[in-house]
Design a protein around this ligand. Sequence first.
Ligand SMILES: CCCCCCCC/C=C\C/C=C/C(=O)SCCNC(=O)CCNC(=O)[C@H](O)C(C)(C)COP(=O)(O)OP(=O)(O)OC[C@H]1O[C@@H](n2cnc3c(N)ncnc32)[C@H](O)[C@@H]1OP(=O)(O)O
Ligand SMILES: Cc1cc2nc3c(=O)[nH]c(=O)nc-3n(C[C@H](O)[C@H](O)[C@H](O)COP(=O)(O)OP(=O)(O)OC[C@H]3O[C@@H](n4cnc5c(N)ncnc54)[C@H](O)[C@@H]3O)c2cc1C
Length: 670
Amino acid sequence: MAAADWGGKADHLAGERATAQFDVDGMKVAWAGSRHAVEVADRMACLVASDPVFRKDTRTMLSRKELFKDTLKKAAHAWKRTVELHLTEEEANLLRLYIDQPGYVDLHWVMFVPAIKGQGTEEQQKKWLTMAYKFQIIGTYAQTELGHGSNVQGLETTATFDPSTDEFIMHSPTLTSSKWWPGGLGKTSTHAVVYARLITEGKDYGIHGFIMQLRSLDDHSPLPGITIGDIGGKFGSGAYNSMDNGVMRLDHVRIPRDQMLMRLAQVTREGKYVHSDVPKQLLYGTMVYVRQTIVADASRALSRAVCIAVRYGAIRKQFGSKAGGPETQVLNYKTQQSRLFPFLASAYAFRFVGQWLKWLYTDVTQKLESKDFSTLPEAHACTAGLKSVTTSATADAIEECQKLCGGHGYLNSSGLPELFAVNLPACTYEGDNVVLLLQVARFLMKTVSQVASGKQPVGTTAYMGNIQHLMQCKSVVNTVEDWLNPAAIKEVFEARALRMAVNCAQNISKAPSQEEGFSELSPDLVEAAVAHVQLIIVTKFIEKLQEDILGHGVKEQLQKLCGIYALHLIHKHLGDFLSTGCVTARQGSLANERLGKLYAQVRPNAVALVDAFDYTDHYLGSALGRYDGDVYSALYKEAWKDPLNETVVPDGYQEHLRPLLKQQLKLSRL
Ligand SMILES: CCCCCCCC/C=C\C/C=C/C(=O)SCCNC(=O)CCNC(=O)[C@H](O)C(C)(C)COP(=O)(O)OP(=O)(O)OC[C@H]1O[C@@H](n2cnc3c(N)ncnc32)[C@H](O)[C@@H]1OP(=O)(O)O
Ligand SMILES: Cc1cc2nc3c(=O)[nH]c(=O)nc-3n(C[C@H](O)[C@H](O)[C@H](O)COP(=O)(O)OP(=O)(O)OC[C@H]3O[C@@H](n4cnc5c(N)ncnc54)[C@H](O)[C@@H]3O)c2cc1C
């Protein structure tokens, strides 16, 4: 599909494509998940790429106001096309994705609607979702405040029930209780699910969700008692500045009682608080849902950066042979390969674990519907941990891809600065990554203690049940080839994760209290959580390879990428593997040797492996990552679009530059 977008011009990467040893079409299916997924993604990507309203090549040059207006225009146009073309939900989601511009619609669909679905009664869903699905109202998710984000239980906004009028009084008692950050709140949303402390009969029952109308549906002005605005410019040009993240203060705003989301708990007409027989953690259900989707976003962002860096690396040449022969493609430098190919492997690894996580989430949701809450803690740990590990790795990798592209990677036209700026906050939103890893660690400590008391763990912690073996086993690896064995790889990851968790548990037990021990050991706990999450990613990649994978050479390439993903982690975290006695220094060296061989095997396939992501030039938005590899013409062309080049002599010359030059000239003549 990218070829269609490319329109048959010279393919500077043809030589690279000719060396591929696998069926790229088959790989597209493996990446997308099914033939259907490839086809629908293609259709939506082309729809966006061919529509001039969705152009984004000058986005980083727009002022904040222009950018915001452009986002409103794109969102309205996308909705118009959705209705005109009768797009399915799947197609509409992809359309939004390929437009590639954060905006209020993301919060509406990804958080407002799911929050009502998860926490509203059937009646509430019927009323509010009917309007939300037709865009008669626009919603956001207003949880975070100026004073508290991570500590949800510390939120200060109050919802006090007034039985005399059957209403809640929504109020921001302090400056720090101002809602702060919700996307779309600043200028667009007409409604929000607002999280506030529920107070009835003089008692504080903690945080609950409430549906509030914020703005008039006639003229969009804020309703009485509501002060609302945008929180200001954010990191980078373009990027997340298209989103109107907002601030809101409430001054005794009254809403009807039935606008409290009442699936988990209710307040009766008399003001009695009644809690349903469901775990109170379901209040956090929307966050679990979104964290799961963020893992898929991370793999997409990472694959875009890798696609740019690989294609550019094949075009860019520096230095030649001593005899004055042709210059070397920078992708041929072993240092480039050892920096870049682990990202290529990670993109695939995150993609597959994201597909698995989606399955897990669906499975847990079905169980919750039949009142089986047993898998909720694991779902929380998996979504929190995978969101954390994949977004942190992705942000770091995008930054490194900029460096891998040298100076040109620093230009906005490379697409990398904006990609970095848009994805960096994923390390913070939907839960700060360290805070989330501590949640995983808490889950692991509980599991270790359950194992100690003879309970058999299940799901992603099932390996902990093999404690006798994993605490004392020695890796069987003896040769470089032994590191090709998935069982050998899995064993060392399991042993490392378990030993790190058990070490933490033992050290916590020596502390004066569990709480003090947890706090003192929190840096180690975070590392133990990362080890556990990396094990999940490695395991899911290995399991993916056991599936039927069609297409010549596709499985072989994925086996190599799986090897690179696992072995680069062993190399990177060798300290963990050595200190827990899972591998010896010699085995670590063998892993590194194997890694070098795998990089060499992937090299002829590198461009084809990023082609399999199937991105249009529009979506990639990069002069360096173009499908046809015509990088230099594209960079040259992009430069002239800059507003500075609208005039040959710059604005300000007469005012500042000319007088300065004249003055200096005069002085030199004295
Ligand atoms: C195509 C376009 C794509 C667009 C994509 C758009 C994406 C959207 C982009 C941006 C939007 C961003 C939105 C936001 O950021 S919304 C705000 C998000 N905020 C957070 O994530 C806050 C993070 N904090 C928390 O989640 C919690 O407060 C906490 C988990 C850190 C602590 O909770 P708390 O109740 O105070 O503490 P405990 O640690 O005591 O936990 C109690 C108990 O509950 C369990 N638990 C915690 N969370 C969950 C959960 N989510 N699900 C299930 N269970 C949970 C926890 O494990 C404890 O259990 P116990 O040990 O058995 O007691
Ligand atoms: C782009 C963007 C969009 C957002 N959109 C929304 C939205 O739509 N709706 C919404 O409600 N919110 C939104 N948020 C807010 C977001 O959810 C919070 O910023 C996030 O949950 C982190 O909370 P915080 O900002 O309070 O960070 P803090 O908790 O103040 O974190 C500061 C530092 O303290 C550390 N820290 C905090 N607690 C602990 C602890 N217990 N142990 C160890 N270290 C700790 C963190 O690791 C971090 O390094 C958005 C944020 C961003 C950046």
